[in-house]
Design a protein around this ligand. Structure first.
Ligand SMILES: Nc1ncnc2c1ncn2[C@@H]1O[C@H](COP(=O)(O)OP(=O)(O)OP(=O)(O)O)[C@@H](O)[C@H]1O
Length: 241
């Protein structure tokens, strides 16, 4: 990958993956999940990764989010190669710049919605007043202002996913990684989550990378990458912007 500094220009990608491969295991049991992925991620845009089960979607998202490292190739956020950071450097980068949303929500069951959303802000010792304001704002953004004190078990699946999206946004990440965010939801609830992600990308300028089998999520994406045999085809520009 070029070591030239990127020009200052709003079209410069936030994240750039170049020739990314990922293999697991060795010898006869070696599995190559990704085989040379090139992909750019841009602020305020939604990038959907589609593909059959086992095509490498989760593996790719984990690498883009710095949860895992490529076997070869590079992933850089604003020119910083993730593989060049120490483990602690990657943890810090994830905490400050990347939010994660998972299919199974991953909320802490004994905490209320507002406590789940505010958790990472408490851990970062954010000023309590600003923290409470941010949590209130985010619960409003995801349409749960009236459910601040509910625990996950008292919320529907769609509401739990909204809490997990608010939690992922608490520290104003530049990049939101969402692995099958509607995978456990019925289609109507999934459509609501799709609209919410679109709104967040548009209003907060967050870059979103999501994996999905869900047509509705692919429809709200700006770019769709089809993963097949560990490679992506030419990115398709989705019909709906
Ligand atoms: N930790 C691991 N160890 C060994 N093989 C792995 C590991 N993680 C993923 N794989 C393999 O890599 C390939 C891609 O898996 P991955 O989970 O990325 O696919 P996916 O497209 O997300 O699938 P799904 O839609 O079912 O979640 C699969 O063959 C899987 O078995």
């Amino acid at each position: 990958m070029s070591t030239e500094p990127l020009p200052e220009n709003e079209n410069v990608p936030l994240l750039r993956a170049h020739e990314v491969t990922r293999s697991f295991g060795c010898g006869a049991t070696r599995v190559t999940a990704l085989r040379g992925i090139d992909l750019d991620v841009t602020a305020g845009r939604i990038h959907a990764v589609r593909g059959r089960s086992g095509s490498g979607k989760t593996t790719l998202l984990n690498i883009l989010g710095g949860l895992d490292l490529a076997t070869s190739g590079s992933v850089a956020i604003e020119g910083t190669d993730l593989a060049g950071l120490s483990d602690r450097g990657r943890v810090l980068l994830r905490r400050t710049r990347i939010g994660f949303v998972f299919q199974s929500f991953g909320l802490i069951p004994y905490l209320s919605a507002e406590e789940n959303v505010g958790m990472s802000l408490r851990l970062s010792r954010a000023d309590p007043h600003g923290r409470d304001e941010r949590v209130r704002h985010l619960l409003g953004v995801v349409g749960l202002a009236g459910h601040a004190e509910h625990r996950p078990a008292e919320l529907s699946g769609g509401q739990q996913q909204r809490v997990s999206i608010a939690r992922a946004l608490a520290r104003k990440p530049d990049l939101l990684i969402a692995d099958e965010p509607t995978g456990h939801l019925d289609s109507r609830t999934g459509s609501g989550i799709a609209r919410l992600l679109r709104e967040i990308a548009d209003t907060e300028g967050t870059a979103v990378v999501l994996s999905t089998h869900d047509r509705r999520l692919a429809e709200i994406a700006d770019t769709v990458f089809d993963l097949r045999d560990g490679r992506v085809g030419e990115p398709a520009v989705a019909q709906v912007g």
